[in-house]
Design a protein around this ligand. Structure first.
Ligand SMILES: *Cc1c(COP(=O)(O)O)cnc(C)c1O
Length: 369
């Protein structure tokens, strides 16, 4: 039997990621594979570092793309900065905060969480009070909680963490490229993202940035980093001037990221944020007239991830199946506590357009109206 030909349908990706990938990114990925120590490729790695520094708004020298999805970036941040027995404070108000706490526990940390109900923000002052009393080595929170659609305020946490000798770690998987992320401005010591959300590149890489303060903790470790693959002391020699072989970078994925960063910076970060906001506002108005309400706290809705109650009388799975089959539109179902209760409508990166919102509202009207 021969392998059947690959026939992938055209979709409109309005879920929690991946988002629609522009043709120029897919074309970039189809360029010839070259060696990962080829001078042409090494120059490309330098350009990617500079592009990532711009989107993260940081001067951090240690800014790179980890080979793996967003969760690999999460693991990288924790395994490098946490030693067994360290105290770690994590804000939890959804799936991804919970995942960070779990990863920290697996690093042997003594974990304390500051919890908020799903759909609510975590109070920064409450977090700061915990930092003062618990004195963690690392304080971590999710900027854009993709399971609940909450835009978490984080601007005060970094300074408070530093005042009490803690590093500040931020999950920017869904926020990067869609809303302002200020790594240096907010005193963030370690942040990670993913390519398939607001950067509109296929999944497979995780942009990571590490501050000089975090590098100090890394180099002062008493124990080796638990993971060989994600060990930044080794990876920095691969991404740095030494170009020391560590693993083979996924060459063509990095072509894609290079192009996605170029597209993001050509558009301009502020223009990109405004486009996400405009698409979100158009969607919110349309949902309101359909009688669909948000599950997330008013005033803290993420523009790129709209978590809403499933309309009364509508069955979750059949409705999403119809959206996909009749209209080619993917939206996300609920995760964790919101499974079967919420829909997650993504307007990430290239997917955030008037055209897509109009199409989705018309399709929802046919199903719900
Ligand atoms: C998607 C996501 C992750 C995990 O990324 P993967 O690419 O799925 O591994 C982590 N944190 C947040 C907030 C996310 O939205």
């Amino acid at each position: 039997m021969t392998t059947p030909p690959l026939r992938i349908p055209q979709r409109v990706l309005l879920g929690p990621g991946p988002s629609d990938v522009p043709p120029r990114v897919l074309l970039a990925m189809a360029q010839p594979t070259i060696g990962h120590l080829d001078p042409v490729f090494l120059t490309l790695m330098d350009h990617i570092r500079v592009g990532l520094q711009k989107v993260f708004r940081t001067q951090n020298e240690m800014t790179l793309a980890i080979s793996g999805t967003g969760s690999a970036g999460m693991e990288t941040a924790f395994v490098n900065l946490v030693e067994p027995g360290d105290r770690v404070l994590v804000g939890v108000n959804g799936v991804f905060g919970g995942r960070m706490a779990e990863v920290a526990r697996r690093c042997g940390a003594e974990v304390q969480t500051v919890d908020a109900a799903w759909g609510r923000t975590i109070d920064q002052q409450q977090m700061i009070d915990f930092i003062a009393s618990f004195k963690p080595k690392v304080t971590a929170i999710v900027h854009a909680e993709t399971s609940t659609g909450v835009h978490q305020p984080v601007d005060r946490l970094g300074a408070a963490a530093h005042e009490h000798g803690s590093l500040f770690l931020l999950d920017c998987v869904t926020s990067l490229g869609g809303v302002p992320v200020e790594i240096d401005g907010w005193n963030v010591d370690a942040a990670y993202s993913g390519t398939q959300k607001c950067l509109s590149c296929p999944p497979g890489l995780s942009p990571v940035t590490i501050s000089p303060r975090a590098i100090e903790k890394l180099t002062a470790r008493k124990t080796k980093v638990q993971s060989w693959y994600l060990d930044l002391t080794l990876l920095r020699q691969y991404w740095g001037q030494e170009r020391f072989y560590h693993h083979t970078a996924p060459i063509n994925m990095l072509y894609g990221l290079h192009e996605a960063l170029a597209a993001t910076l050509e558009e301009g970060l502020e223009a990109r944020f405004a486009r996400h906001r405009a698409a979100h506002e158009l969607l919110a108005r349309g949902l309101k007239s359909l009688g669909v309400d948000y599950v997330s706290e008013a005033g803290h809705h993420l523009p790129m991830l709209n978590a809403v109650h499933i309309p009364a009388g509508v069955e979750d799975v059949p409705a999403r199946k119809r959206l996909l089959e009749d209209f080619g539109i993917e939206i996300g179902g609920g995760l964790g506590d919101f499974k079967g209760k919420a829909w997650r409508i993504g307007l990430m990166g290239s997917s955030a357009s008037t055209r897509n919102v109009t199409l989705l509202l018309a399709a929802l009207n046919a199903i719900v109206g």
